[in-house]
Design a protein. Sequence first.
Length: 106
Amino acid sequence: MLKNISIILFSLVILSSCAGQSRVGTASFTMLNEGLHVNNNGKKSEKKGESCTHNILSILNIGDASIAAAKKDGMITQVNSVERRIFGWNYPISIYGKACTVIKGS
């Protein structure tokens, strides 16, 4: 029984390794920073909030990378900028991935 479960889990990991694709294509290692929104109207950003999700072996996804979670983390009411940071280690299979939303504001 344990052998069958191990084979199934191993097969799922191998077949799901395509989940390591980034916006710019499949890569063994991915590290991206994307500026999604900037509207500071000349105001200085006094606070920073961050929220992240984690992917382990393309089997387990945990976390909350929403803008609302990042605003709550930084106690931000007025958003000046939104940035997305993506990290992934995908060789030989999708091992670990992390995607974070970074908010700056006041």
